[in-house]
Each structure stands twice: as C-alpha cells, then as structure tokens.
Design a protein around this ligand. Structure first.
Ligand code: NAD
Length: 379
C-alpha cells in the first residue's frame, strides 16, 4: 500500500506535540507528510514546512490556504492532524470535515459541549473520520489492561484511581513562557486549565480500560499559583453508570512528579496497575495470589495488545509507539473505508469524536460542580 498523504495544522517549530506526531506518523511507513500550515505566523509556517522537506506549493501560510489549495488538488491529503492550541480545534476540524477530509484532532476536541456535538453530527453526516488524540490509549499494555478487565480477570470493576499529576508548571516564572501561559488563559484553553490539559487523558483512560461511562461527578478545581485564571490542580470524584467509582487527580504543580500518569483498577477479584513512566510492565493481582508482572510482548498477551506491539520483549517502547498505534488505526479506517462507523471504530480501539464529546461533557460538569462547592452533577 502506498503511504497515505498526510498534512498538519499547528505543531510548528518548538511546539510541544508537533514533532511527536511527525515521529509517530512516520514510524510504520504508512504516512508521508506532504502539506502543512504549522505556525500561527505566516512566514514561520512556510519556512518550517520547507525545512521539513515540503515543496513551496504545499508549505502553506495559513490553514485556510491549506484547505482551499488541497480541496482543489487531484491528490489532496488523506488525513489532516490538528495540533494547534485548543481554541482553534473546532473551527479548523469543522472546516476540514465539511470539505470531506478525515481529521485527527488533538484533545480537547473543542472548547464547549455544543461544539463537540456539532462535530459529532458532521462526522456522522459526512462519514469522515474525526479521531481525537487520546494517545495513551495506544500503549500495548493499556490495551492489555482493557483486555484483562474484559476477560473478567479482576471481576467486576469497583474502583478506578487515575492520576495525571506533574510539577512542570509550579513556578510563577512559567507565566512568561507562552507555551505554558495559554494553558491557563480561558480565551485559548477554555473553561478549564489542568483538567482539560491532562485530567481528561486520565478520565478517558479510566473509561477506555473499563468500558464504563461517567454518570455523575463532583469536582474541586483550584488555582494554586497566584493570579492564574484557570485551575492548576483538580480532584474529581466520579460515579460510573455501573455504580463503580473513580478518583481522578490531576495537577501541574506537583513538584517532583515528572509525567505522572498512572492508573489502578480494583475489581471484586483482583486489581491491575500501570504507569506511563514504566509503560512496558503492568501489574496484575488476583485476590489471594502473588502479584504478577505482565510484560509488553509476552506471548500470552491479548491480540489487541499484541498487534500494538512492535519490538521484542525486554526492549523499551514508549509514547512514540503509542501515538503511532493511533495512526496505524486511522490508516486501517481509511484503507477499509470505515469512515465514522462507531462500532467499527470502537473495535479498533480508536479514540473518536464521541470520546471527545464525552470528555467535554465531563469538563463542563466538573467546572459547574466546582463552582457549586463540589455539588454532584449528572454528566
Ligand atoms: P504549543 O503552544 O507548544 O504549540 C502550538 C503550535 O500551533 C505552535 O507551533 C503554533 O505556532 C501553532 N499554531 C497556533 N495557532 C495556529 C494556527 N491558527 N494555524 C497554524 N498553526 C497554529 O502547543 P502544544 O503543547 O503543542 O499543544 C497543541 C495542542 O495539542 C493543544 O490542544 C494541547 O492540548 C494538545 N496536546 C496534546 C497532548 C497529548 O498527549 N495528546 C500533549 C500535549 C499537547
């Protein structure tokens, strides 16, 4: 199969996430970067595109010129990744979906629930894929955790504890860093800071591995660095539709913690644990038995985990491979013409517009809850 023609909006020079997308998309030879509008500054956008090897005709100054030019080419891009800050996700994703392109949008999908609902409707109506980059769900052992829970290895899920807490925005000096500052600016980030930035990854992971949906939540969103407009720490208590409960803690002021994503699921007959900083091992404890270590690539892992795995056990894989698994899933969707078939997308474990919408509902509920002194809000 020829490599898919791929384009990026955002992810310019020095951006946090742009290079990771490019490494991940390139990893399995399924994509070739052929077009992009990478920067909010026109000249930098063109120069950066050319520095990546794009022809001057496809290193665009803006996403609007990208859209117009690609729409009239005989060989347009087959997937567009949107990796701009939050406040432009909706406008750009909507425009590309409506023009008939498949889109992978960075999280959060939108700024509001209504915008996310609109994108879900457009994706359904146009049958264009709208994936959302919950990249941590691409880790082989996260998929193994999901498989173990589905197989009943820990019994009925009772409790999920998921933390995504780091300490990299703890200093007031961070306020002078534009890549940090926008994350706490409501005009760019939205109604939430740290919960939208990292907490929704934790919540998505909790729902992804358990298959549970959030029924209601109670939240405490707090800004600990002086003068920050949006929260830098959040504790969110969740009731799932099954009556299982979730405890989600996210923070950007937890000095000493690095990436800080970890998930533990406790069931009626056992528990499983995984940490993003040690992604190649998962701990499984069956009640009354010794804890065992499940290695990525061990011969007994589930098929969904095995197909997300690249190199032999004992060598490390990480975030690039996890993101690459999202890109592999999208390539399968495009090759098989799956479009926006929700069931088929779910079988591929691909995070989509519906996951993005669920997240935005949870974010909105968390903000309302926190503003109401931690009241329980239905999601
Ligand atoms: P960043 O500020 O480091 O980089 C943003 C990039 O987008 C810059 O190159 C900027 O010039 C460019 N840009 C801004 N507006 C643009 C426009 N209108 N057209 C073209 N380019 C434009 O931000 P980041 O940390 O890379 O985050 C980008 C997005 O990715 C955010 O929505 C963030 O939430 C998300 N993100 C996701 C993950 C993940 O794990 N999935 C991790 C980090 C960031």
């Amino acid at each position: 199969m020829d490599a898919l023609r791929w384009g990026m909006i955002g992810g310019g020079k020095g951006s946090q996430i742009g290079a990771l997308h490019r490494y991940a998309a390139a990893l399995d030879g399924k994509y070739q970067l052929v077009a992009g509008a990478f920067d909010h500054r026109e000249q930098q956008s063109i120069e950066f595109g050319e520095s990546l090897g794009l022809g001057s005709d496809r290193a665009y100054a803006t996403w609007q010129t990208f859209l117009e030019a690609e729409s009239s080419r005989p060989d347009p891009v087959q997937l567009v990744t949107v990796a701009t800050p939050n406040n432009s996700h909706f406008e750009i994703t909507r425009a590309f979906l409506e023009a008939g392109f498949h889109v992978l949008c960075e999280k959060p999908l939108t700024m509001t629930v209504e915008e996310a609902e609109t994108l879900a409707s457009i994706s359904s109506a146009t049958q264009r894929l709208c994936a959302v980059n919950y990249g941590y769900s691409g880790y082989p052992l996260v998929r193994e955790m999901k498989a173990l829970i589905e197989q009943g290895k820990i019994g009925a899920v009772r409790l999920v504890v998921c933390n995504f807490a780091h300490g990299h925005h703890a200093g007031i000096e961070n306020e002078s860093n534009p890549r940090v500052r926008w994350r706490y600016n409501p005009k760019i980030a939205g109604v939430s800071g740290q919960f939208v930035d990292c907490g929704i990854h934790a919540l998505h992971l909790a729902c992804f591995v358990t298959g549970l949906e959030v029924a209601s939540l109670s939240a405490d969103l707090v800004s600990l660095v002086p003068d920050r407009e949006l929260e830098d720490d959040a504790m969110v208590n969740v009731r799932f539709a099954s009556n299982a409960i979730g405890r989600i803690w996210t923070s950007s002021v937890a000095i000493g913690r690095q990436q800080g994503l970890e998930i533990q699921v406790f069931g009626s007959e056992g528990g499983v644990q995984w940490r993003q900083e040690q992604p190649n091992q998962l701990l499984l404890t069956r009640q009354g038995q010794r804890t065992s270590i499940v290695e990525r690539g061990d011969p007994h892992i589930s098929s969904s985990s095995a197909r997300s795995n690249r190199i032999t056990v004992g060598h490390s894989e990480g975030i690039i491979e996890a993101f690459a698994n999202i890109y592999v899933g999208i390539a399968e969707v495009i090759a098989q013409g799956i479009g926006a078939d929700r069931e088929a997308l779910s079988r591929l474990h691909l995070p989509t517009v519906w996951d993005g919408l669920e997240s935005m509902r949870a974010v909105s509920a968390a903000v309302h809850s926190s503003q109401s002194g931690g009241a329980w809000i239905e999601v």
